[in-house]
Design a protein around this ligand. Structure first.
Ligand code: ZN
Length: 139
């Protein structure tokens, strides 16, 4: 049984949160705020084909919604501030948390997608090699 040497594996959470390339862990993942680089400047990995879809936005909505609603209820019950003060606190908090979490969560989703695509391709390649070994008659 032959095996191909596997690539160095980087943590998808570490490379995602630091917004680094999931293949090499060095190159920048984003060219703008959340625009993905077409190709990694360090290793040449095609990054544009790795699509995170709407996943990061959904996670941001759930995380920020849960945190802000819980804190909002707690502040209301504990301190009973006026309505304008609640708006003054929570609107910037929602904007800040959403914008702050979107980029690292998108990085994590892209890195996880890359990791699973790579492991799936390695499994398929190994299955093809095994199938080819079985089909080749021994002389
Ligand atoms: Zn790279």
């Amino acid at each position: 049984m032959s095996s191909t040497p596997s690539k160095e594996v980087f943590s998808p959470f570490l490379t995602g949160i630091t917004c680094k390339c999931p293949a090499c862990g060095k190159g920048k993942l984003f060219s703008g705020y959340i625009d993905v680089q077409p190709v990694c400047s360090e290793c040449g990995q095609d990054l544009k084909s790795i699509d995170s879809g709407d996943g990061p936005a959904v996670f941001v909505i759930f995380i920020v919604g849960f945190v802000v609603i819980a804190l909002c209820f707690w502040v209301q019950l504990a301190f009973r501030p006026p309505f304008w003060l609640q708006l003054l606190i929570w609107i910037p908090a929602i904007l800040g948390l959403s914008l702050g979490l979107l980029k690292p969560l998108k990085g994590v989703m892209i890195a996880l997608h890359y990791k699973h695509i790579t492991s799936q391709q390695e499994a398929e390649n190994q299955a093809d090699e095994t199938q080819a070994d079985k089909e080749t008659p021994d002389t």
